[in-house]
Ligand binder design. Structure first.
Ligand code: NDP
Length: 315
């Protein structure tokens, strides 16, 4: 069983920045990177709003650079998912999916958030067979085809714009008329000739067929106008669901306080959770800003909070 000063669970901008600050404070740091090392930015395209990159940077590249920077100061990465976290005497016991156990004096939670799905009939059946939650991962497969992007936030606008590189047409289906998307990204989508909008519209059903090869294929969706409840079925090759995210907090259910959506609650302006020695940062606890740069900033705060808390325990 290995013992570490600080265990960081998660490896997006929050986890990496926490690891950077904690390792530069000479603490022995282990990062549990899980199954999606680098977090959500590894499934995004261009990041234009992370300061320091005049011409933007690809999400996966940004995460790769952050990881290398962190390793330079001695933090270690474990590419496993933590499946259990418990308080045991004066330390924390972390167990990974392989059953390996680790001890840590302090824990920084940085598990981020995951893409939400609609939960509509046929969605899970055709997931990976026409339905996707990641344009960067799957857009390439829809070259010269007609697709839908669901959502009215920045993710939907970004994915729609990105998909026009490959696809013949992109229809943004949004359940109301107002958008959460920032003006610049909405304007960019509006100006793109390949993008059309179906507002006040939801998808009621995903339909498809089973090919001779036995593979499934989504072929159409049933759209409903929310104003008069009229439905129409349209043929479509792909649907990208881009309706936001949910916090990956199931690991700490019952261990730290959360809000009704599962976001971890932190105290005041700090990253302290209600559990002594457990700190939270990034999208896991942020319902407002949810940006790479704010996640990184809160990762820095968590490392400083953890360092001072560990220092206080000595005295
Ligand atoms: P948001 O929460 O901002 O938007 C989610 C969208 O999905 C909303 O329009 C919402 O509709 C819609 N939606 C949610 N649930 C459903 C549902 N069940 N059925 C139909 N529609 C639904 O999430 P985003 O992922 O777009 O953005 C999250 C954060 O990340 C934001 O702060 C954003 O600015 C940032 N971001 C920044 C980028 C950049 O700068 N490059 C790129 C991508 C994201 P409604 O409005 O009606 O609630």
């Amino acid at each position: 069983m290995s013992h570490h000063k600080v265990a960081i669970i998660g490896s997006g901008p929050a986890g990496f920045t926490a690891a950077l600050y904690a390792s530069r404070a000479n603490l022995d740091v282990t990062m549990f990177e899980g199954h999606q090392p680098g977090g959500q930015l590894t499934i995004t395209t261009e990041v234009e709003n992370y300061p320091g990159f005049e011409h933007g940077i690809q999400g996966p590249e940004l995460m790769d650079v952050m990881r290398k920077q962190v390793h330079r100061f001695g933090a270690k990465s474990v590419y496993e998912t933590v499946t259990a976290l418990k308080q045991a005497n004066h330390h924390f016991l972390l167990t990974t999916e392989r059953g390996t156990e680790y001890h840590a004096d302090a824990v920084i939670l940085a598990m981020g958030a995951s893409a939400k799905l609609l939960g509509t009939k046929g969605e899970s059946e055709y997931m990976g067979y026409g339905v996707s939650a990641c344009a960067t991962c799957d857009g390439f497969f829809f070259r010269n085809q007609d697709v839908i992007v669901v959502g009215g936030g920045d993710t939907a606008m970004e994915e729609a714009n990105y998909l026009t590189r490959f696809c013949k047409s992109v229809m943004i289906v949004h359940r109301r008329e107002e958008f959460r998307a920032s003006k610049i990204m909405l304007d960019r989508a509006r100006k793109n000739e390949k993008i059309s909008f179906a507002l006040n519209t939801t998808i009621d059903e995903f339909k498809g067929e089973t090919l001779e090869t036995g593979m499934k294929k989504m072929t159409s969706v049933v759209l409903r106008d929310t104003r008069d409840n009229t439905s129409r079925e349209i043929p479509i090759d792909g649907v990208f669901v881009a309706i936001g995210h949910q916090p990956n907090s199931s690991l700490v259910k019952g261990l730290v306080e959360m809000d009704e959506s599962g976001y971890v609650l932190t105290q005041g302006k700090s990253t302290y959770t209600n559990a002594d020695g457990i700190f939270a940062c990034g999208d896991l606890q942020d319902t407002v800003y949810r940006q790479a740069v704010t996640a990184a900033g809160s990762g820095c705060m968590a490392a400083i909070d953890a360092e001072r808390w560990l220092e206080g325990k000595k005295g």
